[in-house]
Design a protein. Structure first.
Length: 398
């Protein structure tokens, strides 16, 4: 199992494309694996013949595990002699109180990823309860066993002292949901849930206004290919961030880390979740090039072929939720991003024309900017949103 990304420790086998005896070429994709971010291909290190596939479908293996063997030349065998992978330390992603110690469940999780064996049915979901309150130790252990997070207990009313959730409360809750239809969550659904949980640990805020989309719609008619309103918003946000670099920063500890480039993500609906491929140097990318890049990324995302590297490193994301007929929303920025621009559906509204002294129709949409309040204040966010609106209402500058 190759290294699939900095934060990925394991992956699940979803397709095996070869069988023993098949001849293979160098770098041929022979196994598809799924992480919480994407489906990726495992390739052969050299040409040869498949001797044995040890991996099993639907099983989860840690990075460095042996998935199969290739009969190869002596020279290739010497070059690719198996070396034991170094022990991996998986950082916990659930925020903890300073007075809490790491529970044994974390040690078990790391050990499970260090071996060469599979962990049937495993999903990359943190299972410890650091930071959880009002639960008994027995409940903590039971939740770790079932891979439940504190958010899963939100619907339970604790009957113990001080409203503590007891083991009886938890078992009663589990008994109720056993009688309901259910299926195992997909890796991407789990990944989205985990990202949103981590994002919500920050102080998030949203500012909003309206934008006249008529200039964008008119400008769009003169372009080939024709960008969608979401790409106009992506370009406008990138230019606004380039003009105001202090807004393109992240607060990490006590340091303000400035982004070296304006990399903007675009939210794409994939099967059972959202993927956010990132467009690098968006402020230097023309609208025409944005259309091409966006279409390529959408095609890859819907095939679950967006790699973790293609989703990492952005400073902001644009979500055009207006495509669903929604006028207003406050989407949540990803954990590693500071900003999220949301564009609602356009609709005709009456607007007073001072020259004509009468109301005239215009196409108006609501536009919101959600932000990490640690990195940017309300005034800075408002000025950034105002500049985005100015650019959208004068698209020749895009």
């Amino acid at each position: 199992m190759p290294q699939l990304g900095e934060s990925i420790a394991e992956a699940t086998i979803v397709d095996i494309k070869v069988k023993p005896g098949d001849e293979v070429a160098v770098d041929q994709e022979i196994i598809d694996v799924e992480t919480n971010k994407a489906v990726m291909g495992v390739t052969t290190p050299c040409k040869g013949k498949i001797e044995k596939i040890t991996a099993q479908l639907k099983e989860t293996y840690p990075i460095g595990s042996v998935l199969g063997y290739v009969e190869a030349s002596e020279a290739d065998a010497a070059r690719f002699k198996k070396q034991a992978p170094p022990p991996q330390t998986v950082a916990e992603e659930i925020p903890a109180r300073a007075d809490q110690e790491v529970k044994p469940a974390r040690q078990e999780k790391v050990a499970a990823r260090d071996g060469d064996g599979a962990r049937p049915g495993g999903l990359p979901v943190p299972a410890t309860l650091k930071g959880a309150s009002f639960v008994s130790p027995r409940v903590r252990a039971r939740m770790a066993e079932l891979q439940l997070t504190p958010a899963d207990l939100a619907a339970i009313t604790g009957t113990g002292a001080g409203n503590r959730v007891t083991i009886k409360d938890l078992e009663n809750f589990l008994h109720k949901i056993d009688n309901q239809s259910a299926k195992e969550a997909s890796a991407i659904r789990t990944g989205v849930a985990d990202a949103m949980r981590r994002s919500w640990t920050r102080p998030l805020s949203t500012v909003g206004s309206s934008v006249n989309l008529d200039p964008v719609l008119q400008d769009r008619q003169s372009r080939d290919p024709k960008p969608g309103p979401g790409l106009y918003a992506t370009r406008a946000l990138a230019l606004a961030l380039a003009e105001s670099p202090t807004a393109a920063a992240k607060l990490i500890g006590n340091r303000v880390v400035q982004s070296n480039s304006i990399d903007v993500g675009v939210a794409v609906e994939a099967e059972d979740g959202i993927m956010v491929p990132v467009i690098r140097n968006a402020e230097k990318t023309s609208l025409a090039d944005l259309v091409k890049k966006y279409q390529e990324l959408v095609d890859l995302a819907r095939k679950r072929r967006i790699s973790p590297d293609m989703q990492a490193g952005g400073i902001a994301t644009v979500s055009n939720f207006g495509t669903f007929g929604v006028e207003w929303g406050t989407p949540i920025p990803l954990p590693d991003q500071t900003l999220l621009l949301g564009l609602g559906a356009g609709k005709k509204v009456p607007s007073w024309d001072e020259t004509k002294k009468e109301f005239v129709p215009k196409t108006e949409a609501q536009i919101t900017l959600s932000f990490d309040h640690r990195s940017i204040d309300g005034g800075g966010a408002a000025r950034l949103l105002k500049r985005v609106i100015e650019l959208l209402e004068d698209p020749k500058k895009l």
